[in-house]
Design a protein around this ligand. Structure first.
Ligand code: MTE
Ligand code: MO
Length: 300
């Protein structure tokens, strides 16, 4: 388990990958030595020891963010001028009070942690990324959904002038993703505001995006401007666009192939040989109870 506050990370640690890796193995040893102690507090596990961090250049240079183009290098190139000052987020639906939050106010006071997570795209590639963020569950408690709310959805900014990829009808815009409320409240589900100890770059979904590490990457909506609570399962973009290929749940599952890509193995970016994909991306212990009794072939 590797959790560290962003404020504890020295700038020198971030600029040098080697240093970052050294700190990481140091932290792993420190927490192994402190079983039951303060460092082990909390239910969250990071990626395991054989998961080396994917370099910054890959994490921020190989992206899916169709609002800035469909090529992997397009977002880094086309989002350079994307500014996120005075960002606000509308909170709607089954909440005690619908309102628009200033982002700063919405997330004020939350402890930003570092979480090293496996990041698996349904296309068959994966990375290991040190995100900085806070549990979505903390935010949901602040937003106060009503007891009727069973689902939550996240809408990405729709602004053709700032997101030129939206001129193309490649997806129905705006991009919407959603979770069942218990999935959203799971301690692994992270609202991400940074990566490698730095502010989240636009191509990774600045200023705020979601990461659900046991699901395929497309569930993690970027540049979120609206959070909606509902009683019914929300419409989600990929499911609407190609329902046969993309379900609502999208749990990483090596036994259920996508019609075009195997999910049994994956290519970790930077490695040559493919590796086996792990059930729930390796987070079974933390999340399997969410799906007890569900047919995961049907609810893919
Ligand atoms: N708004 C929006 N969010 C998005 C996407 C997108 O095209 N638009 N792509 C998704 C997909 S398919 C993946 S794999 C991840 C990639 O996140 P990363 O570029 O930070 O690695 O973002 C997800 N979130
Ligand atoms: Mo993806």
């Amino acid at each position: 388990m590797l959790i560290k506050r962003a404020s504890d990370i020295q700038p020198s640690e971030i600029t040098d990958e080697k240093l970052f890796m050294n700190r990481r193995s140091f932290m792993a040893k420190a927490s192994a030595a402190a079983v039951g102690g303060a460092l082990m507090a909390g239910p969250v596990k990071a990626a395991s020891e054989d998961d080396d961090l994917t370099p910054w250049e890959t994490v921020t240079g190989y992206n899916n963010f169709y609002e800035f183009g469909t090529g992997k290098a397009d977002p880094a190139k086309n989002a350079t001028k994307f500014t996120t000052d005075e960002w606000s987020v509308k909170v709607t639906g089954d909440v005690e009070e619908e309102r628009t939050w200033d982002l700063e106010e919405m997330i004020a006071g939350f402890t930003v942690e570092e979480r090293i997570y496996r990041h698996r795209c349904v296309e068959g590639w994966s990375m290991v990324v040190p995100w900085n963020g806070f549990p979505l569950g903390d935010l949901i408690k602040r937003l106060k959904p009503t007891s009727e709310a069973k689902y939550v959805s996240f809408t990405t900014l729709y602004d053709v002038r700032r997101m030129p990829g939206q001129m193309s009808p490649v997806l129905p815009w705006p991009y919407v993703e959603g979770l069942r409320l218990d999935e959203a409240m799971n301690p692994l589900t992270l609202m991400v505001t940074g990566v490698y100890g730095k502010k989240l770059p636009p191509q990774n979904g600045a200023p705020i995006r979601l990461i659900i590490p046991w699901k395929y990457g497309f569930k993690g909506g970027k540049s979120i401007v609206r959070i909606n609570f509902s009683k019914r399962q929300p419409m989600t973009t990929w499911n609407e666009a190609i329902p046969r290929e993309y379900g609502f749940y999208a749990n990483v599952n090596p036994e259920v192939d996508h019609p075009r890509w195997t999910q049994a193995t994956e290519r970790r970016l930077g490695e040559f040989f493919r590796r086996d994909t792990l059930m729930f991306n390796g987070y079974t212990e933390e999340v399997e109870s969410l799906y007890a009794g569900m047919n995961l072939r049907k609810y893919y």
